[in-house]
Design a protein around this ligand. Structure first.
Ligand SMILES: Cc1cc2nc3c(=O)[nH]c(=O)nc-3n(C[C@H](O)[C@H](O)[C@H](O)COP(=O)(O)OP(=O)(O)OC[C@H]3O[C@@H](n4cnc5c(N)ncnc54)[C@H](O)[C@@H]3O)c2cc1C
Length: 414
């Protein structure tokens, strides 16, 4: 048997899966990881619970991939969400499915996902070199034959898999060096942008709402002066000291990031999406009828969260001390507008330090989608977030890492 010597650079989810599937296909595998442990980013995923994948059908998986979904057909169909779940369960990790088909370890601990992977790699005889920063590749005539470590030493391999991640949350180890290395040998890196990231808001009142979480709201994002929204979603969001965050905001950032380059973006929040304007008016009249002699500022408790009351009152410019029974129809209309179109100006996205993923990366045109081998450097394989692919939250980004990692690992061992 012709055993291939395979190097894997980076022990994130993509690198670990690549190492496992190379080893199980009889390769002699060494993983190089610059940190003193594997999966440092994996540890903080899903707020420490690790949303491993999404158990919905493949159509929905592809619907949640934002960039270059066609490129991922082979990888995702040859290693599906079911395959990922089977892998972990066969390796002894119990899983559970939560709202939105999000799959988590039953224990709610990402550390259990990491330990499962570590154990699987050990069982397959994979060697892991910790605290080992790869500085360069050995490339001659567009063919890779090894790696150069930061101490200058060189190691030869038949195949090299690079899975060093994007550039978000660089404290976890993914600082972009891998992309620089690969760029040196002729690969193109597309525009890198933070994605799945909170947003800065112009209006000062957003700061007063810090900590407020809104459930069952809908958001619409507009380019300034345009009537048609560029992104709409229903769900949950929260206010922070700089602006807005939470699930619907993070998802929206993948779409609106591209549009924010030259213009501000307008965010309109519908605080009562289940009611149309006339239903909302009836609801307000009903609430008001129960407290006709109260001040306006004391009549909104049932309608909106406490923290929002003074901001909404300022926003709709109604005297807070006005008695409820003197509020005019026009004033009710401006209250309805404030509730249905609570508007803010998004000035920018937060930076890579706070971004869940990086949008952009190695140009997919330069990677063979059926093997993950570079089309530019022979025997070099690429996996995970360093490729120009990204998805919404819900376990889809890790699914991309597992699938591209598996395909790269298996192909490199052949
Ligand atoms: C806060 C947060 C929460 C998230 N939650 C989820 C979630 O619940 N579900 C989900 O699907 N996705 C989630 N993601 C996204 C997901 O974590 C990433 O998409 C995924 O980790 C990418 O995997 P990767 O293996 O490509 O890269 P990484 O996980 O970034 O791993 C790359 C590895 O390479 C190492 N490395 C880098 N350069 C070198 C070098 N030169 N030499 C040696 N080693 C090197 C790094 O130290 C690192 O260990 C989350 C991300 C963040 C930041």
């Amino acid at each position: 048997m012709n055993t291939k010597k395979v190097a894997v650079i980076g022990a994130g989810p993509a690198g670990m899966m690549a190492a496992y599937y190379s080893a199980i296909n009889n390769a002699d595998v060494t993983v190089f990881e610059k940190n003193d442990k594997v999966g440092k980013k994996l540890f903080i995923t899903g707020k420490g619970r690790c949303n491993i994948t999404n158990s919905s059908d493949m159509e929905n998986i592809f619907a949640n991939i934002v960039t270059n979904k066609k490129f991922l057909y082979s990888a995702l169909y040859s290693y599906t969400n079911d395959d990922v779940m089977n892998f972990f369960e066969n390796e002894g990790l119990k899983l559970k499915v939560e709202r939105g088909n999000r799959v988590f370890p039953l224990s709610d601990h990402s550390s259990d996902v990491i330990n499962t992977l570590k154990k699987s790699l050990k069982n397959q005889g994979v060697k892991i070199e910790y605290n080992t920063d790869v500085n360069d590749l050995i490339v001659k005539d567009n063919e890779v034959s090894g790696v150069v470590l930061s101490d200058g030493s060189k190691q030869n391999f038949d195949k090299v898999i690079i899975a060093t991640g994007g550039i978000s949350y660089p404290v976890t180890g993914s600082d972009g060096k891998g992309m620089k290395i690969i760029e040196k040998y002729g690969h193109t890196i597309t525009d890198l942008r933070p994605a799945l990231v909170p947003m800065n808001v112009l209006e000062e009142f957003a700061k007063d709402l810090q900590g407020l979480s809104l459930k069952n709201i809908s958001v619409n994002f507009y380019e300034e002066g345009r009537k048609k929204p560029i992104y709409s979603e229903f769900g949950e969001m929260l206010f922070t000291h700089f602006g807005v965050s939470g699930p619907v905001i993070l998802s929206a950032s993948s779409t609106i990031g591209k549009k924010l380059k030259n213009n501000n973006i307008i965010l309109k929040i519908d605080l009562k999406p289940a009611l149309n304007e006339s239903q909302l008016d009836e609801r307000i009249l009903r609430d008001f009828s129960e407290c006709i002699n109260k001040d306006f500022r004391n009549a909104l408790d049932k309608l909106i969260p406490k923290k929002l009351i003074s901001v909404i009152i300022d926003y709709c410019k109604i005297d807070p001390y006005k008695k409820v029974n003197t509020i005019s129809k026009e004033e009710r209309q401006s209250l309805i507008k404030a509730l249905k179109e609570f508007t803010m100006t998004i000035t920018s996205l937060r930076g890579f330090n706070e971004a869940i993923i990086t949008s952009g990366g190695i140009d997919v045109k330069e990677i063979n989608p059926t093997t993950m081998e570079s089309k530019i450097v022979k025997n070099l394989y690429i996996a995970g977030e360093m490729i120009d692919v990204d998805a919404y939250t819900g376990g889809y980004n890790l699914q991309i890492a597992w699938s591209t990692g598996k395909l790269a690992g298996e192909s490199a061992a052949m």
